[in-house]
Design a protein around this ligand. Sequence first.
Ligand SMILES: NC(=O)c1ccc[n+]([C@@H]2O[C@H](COP(=O)([O-])OP(=O)(O)OC[C@H]3O[C@@H](n4cnc5c(N)ncnc54)[C@H](OP(=O)(O)O)[C@@H]3O)[C@@H](O)[C@H]2O)c1
Length: 302
Amino acid sequence: MSKAFGFKEFGGPESQGFLDRPTPVPGPGQLLVAVRAAGVNPIDWKIRQGFMGTELPLPAVYGVEVAGVVQGVGRGVEGFAVGDEVFGSALAGGYAEHTLLAADHAARKPAGVSFVQAAVLPVAAATAYDGVLQLALEPGQTLLILGIAGGLGTAAAQIARGSGLTVLGTASDANRGFVESLGATQVRYGEGVAERIRAVAPGGVDGILDLIGGADARAAAEALATPGRLVSVVDPVTATDLDGAFVRRSGTAATLDALAALVAAGGLDPHITATYPLEQAAEALAVVEAGHARGKLVLEIG
Ligand SMILES: NC(=O)c1ccc[n+]([C@@H]2O[C@H](COP(=O)([O-])OP(=O)(O)OC[C@H]3O[C@@H](n4cnc5c(N)ncnc54)[C@H](OP(=O)(O)O)[C@@H]3O)[C@@H](O)[C@H]2O)c1
């Protein structure tokens, strides 16, 4: 048996708890992984709330991204062996002692990258990477990140700075110093945001990476130098209304390799602001669900 933390019903956190489940069996093309670290993401509680649909069989295990050690290899898998240190998107939940990865979307963890660091690359950092690339801005141009202080924004800011972009980001004043430590300029969100953006970037911004959506995205879009240069990771409807686009996720092992290489080279700090044991998964998820986590929260397992 294998310990996991999940939920039995869609809705609030009342039905969540620890589950004992049989250790998952890797199917064709899959890896069985002993999880060492799991990223905590807003998608975890959104799935529980049923925001992503209610077809998922219950009980379900939380968690979509992990790093760990290969314990079993499914039929047809090439290039991985038992004992390999890997990371990727979890197919069977990540808040767990064991999960499954799709071998063709998993990557080997470099020795210079910790399990905790690797665990946050498949979702937050990879989405940031895809979003920044999709905007296709030129070095010297200005990117505005809506929601810069969270897990995705923190990674996006560094990837954008590394590409030679000037970066602004919306965050509360409490995060001003943190945003500046990323090499970016903080702009307070809320009413009047477009004026505050223009005060920092008088010609407007060249692109927006939207991690917030809705009215925040509409207000900030007024400060775009070229209307429509917006990629959202949260709100396809508003993005389309603004002539922007929803993020296209690459989901490839090549992206994971590129991100791990960046971390190993010191070009990307995943900003792990807290780690929790699996036993405190509920506390970690509650912090993320409250909507004001700084950087990334990670479960350390085993
Ligand atoms: N499409 C995809 O594939 C994909 C992948 C990953 C994530 N996402 C989505 O992307 C979003 C961001 O993810 P994340 O991991 O970065 O979340 P997160 O870490 O939970 O974000 C927390 C941050 O949001 C900031 N924030 C809250 N309200 C804000 C507002 N109105 N304006 C600006 N900042 C605000 C908070 O800063 P303050 O404390 O300063 O308020 C906090 O630092 C989530 O909705 C997530 O579900 C989508």
